[in-house]
Write a protein that binds this ligand. Structure first.
Ligand SMILES: [Zn+2]
Ligand SMILES: [Zn+2]
Length: 373
């Protein structure tokens, strides 16, 4: 049962406003509450009353003079005519009177917004709109550094993407160059170590060493943490029900009240425990990097440097080719900028077909590499 509130009515004869619901005759003109009057709440001035002050049921309307009478009297207090089955009750007069809870609540909030300020029907509902805009402004104020850094990052990414896109250009070939190199390994005795002993290795010694770490529980400890919890419930007023006798009853809903509660729990304590294993230190014969041999020229006749042949049973001092690399370039100027000659690298097959003075349309990458279109 919600709390009871005193209602008000307006005199439809002399226009006196806000007559208390427990006064049944207009204090100005003396006319009784009658005909189509409807009780209402003064949202600005809520007066709570005790349950026992409120009559048990709605009032009935006198057929002859139209005034309203308490449910428990048999005769009209205004004209004295007695109550019969034809007398309508307050709710029968106001057929559409019992509105849905939501409809009524929305109407009250609307009333509140247009007419009153201090009564707090449910500030969160009314305040929601006003809260969004200041929140955005505060967010911008509080995070200005982060926002600037993000903007710089975005601009940098856009610039990078722009630079990485190849540019289409027309070039005039003025010269050629090439470079080839061979990386050579030498078969040598190396002092090395590993977690296993290779079959061809000659062991010098072994040692126990940390190979990895295991995360292990070494005990338990108490930890405090906070948790949002329901600590109780509060009644929130969602609307008001007209009792049809000059009084209203609050319609309420129970809402949980949250609070942050500090709690403790037992959590395991971890430590990284080293795992030992045997490490082998040994001599082993194998190919290791020795040198790089390069040939180059400013013509169109590239050739490879001398390359050692790999032997099936290598001996100390034997050599083999580890890798080969080649690069082909042209020097050229952009057709619209004849005084600046730059170098461009390109694929051998294309390079080989070009002649001095050729005009080529190509895509130029940021690295200087070009592709013929
Ligand atoms: Zn009056
Ligand atoms: Zn009467």
């Amino acid at each position: 049962m919600g709390r009871k509130i005193l209602g008000y009515w307006d005199c439809e004869y002399c226009g006196t406003k806000k007559i208390r619901g427990n006064i049944k005759s207009c204090p100005n003109c003396g006319r009784p509450v009658g005909d189509n009057i409807k009780y209402y709440i003064d949202a600005r001035n809520i007066t709570y009353v005790k349950d026992e002050e409120v009559p048990k049921a709605e009032e009935w309307r006198c057929l002859y003079c139209g005034s309203y009478n308490s449910f428990d009297v048999k005769e009209c207090r205004n004209c004295g005519s007695s109550r019969s089955d034809e007398n309508k009750t307050y709710f029968q007069v106001h057929e559409s009177h019992i509105e849905s809870e939501n409809e009524r609540f929305e109407k009250e909030v609307e009333d509140y917004e247009t007419r009153y300020k201090p009564y707090d029907f449910k500030s969160s509902v009314i305040g929601a709109k006003e809260k969004i805009l200041p929140n955005i402004t505060n967010f911008i104020k509080g995070n200005s550094k982060k926002i600037i850094i993000s903007l710089i990052a975005i601009i940098t990414v856009i610039l990078l993407v722009f630079l990485l896109i190849p540019k289409e250009q027309t070039l005039v070939v003025t010269g050629f160059s090439w470079e080839r190199n061979v990386v050579i390994d030498k078969y040598q005795t190396v002092f090395d170590n590993d977690w296993y002993l290779p079959p061809t290795a000659r062991l010098r010694y072994t040692r126990e060493e940390i190979r990895s770490y295991n995360r292990e529980i070494i005990g338990y400890e108490e930890e405090t943490y906070t948790e949002r919890e329901i600590v109780g419930y509060k009644e929130v007023v969602t609307g008001h029900r007209d009792l049809g006798n000059g009084y209203f009853e609050e319609i309420t809903r129970s809402e949980p009240v949250y609070e942050y509660v500090t709690k403790t729990r037992t959590v395991p304590k971890y430590e990284n425990v080293p795992v030992y294993a045997t490490k082998y230190y040994f001599d082993i014969d194998k190919y290791v990097y020795c040198r790089t041999v390069t040939t180059s020229g400013f013509d169109k006749s590239p050739y490879w440097p001398e390359q050692p042949k790999e032997k099936t049973n290598p001996k100390i001092g034997d050599e083999r080719v580890s890798s080969r690399n080649e690069m082909y370039k042209i020097s050229a100027y952009r057709i619209e900028k004849t005084d600046t000659i730059s170098e461009y690298s390109l694929n051998y097959d294309v390079w080989n077909t070009l002649k001095e003075g050729d005009t080529i349309n190509c895509r130029v990458y940021i690295t200087g590499y070009i592709e013929i279109i």
